[in-house]
Ligand binder design. Sequence first.
Ligand code: T6T
Length: 315
Amino acid sequence: VVASVLALAVTGACGSDSSSGGTSGGAKKITLIQGIANEPFYISMYCGAKEEAAKQGVQLSVQAPAQWDVAQQTQVVTSVAASRPKAVLIAPVDKDAMAGPIRQLNGNGSKVIFVDTELSDQSLGLSRISSDNKLGGQLAAQTLAKQIGDKGKVVVLAPKQGIATTDDRVAGFKEEIAKHPNIKLVSEQYPGDEAGKATEIVNGELSKNPDLAGIFAANLVTGEGAGAALKQAKKTGAVKLVEFDASPKQVEDLKAGTIQALISQEPLDIGRQGIDQAVAALGGKPVTKQIKTQLVAVTKDNVDQPDIAKYLYKQ
Ligand code: T6T
């Protein structure tokens, strides 16, 4: 099972090779463990990490579970721990359940850096690099409020509870929506990491609330599912859709008017800074405990601006 889980990690990511940087025997080995394989946000993060690893002369390899799943990521972590890389950049798929396996990495002597998601246990992870996800949730709420004329019913979707990033996005969203007296949050849904399930749930919400004004999808996969439901119900554009992330497909949908706004992150920068922190730690230099990367609301109006280009996910 491990082999098939791992085999999926690298296809399509910045070329086809699974490692980069110094390839000579002496190069320091760093492994990136993504939250899920073949997913545009993590592909972009790998691109940034790969570019920086080449600059810093460290050897980077990438591995990932085939699905967003604690058992699968645990298998990946266990196998990586056994190979004893000098450092591991990891996006844990659950903020509590992954603590045990990640302690094993530490125990085997790898320096651990969190990229994107993180653990609740603050004693683990030399550095944590992510978007300010709470702020991103607030920004999503403000953006959606504007789209719906500051009134009406809204729904929020995130894959699962227990994921550091999306939990913070939902919390930020709810906090901000509570400040808008004419907006009512009618439902908070967790369809899991499958677009099809998100579509089913949004279909249900649309029949319960035919006057639904807006949807916030807290990541790419929930956004994909919500968009498909609106299409099926012929409510594209009528129900405003704000999503996290900015994959090439999401940007295409934004331009086509299927999505009204994207809250975009800087996965390239997260990857680059992850390598920099790992290299600092390995060199006995000071590390930064917490680094927050930028977020921006992308709409049809600003998507083609030159300053927005860096927020559109490179593959
Ligand atoms: O939104 C990103 C990432 O930040 C989050 O932790 C999980 O979902 C994505 O990978 C998008 O699918």
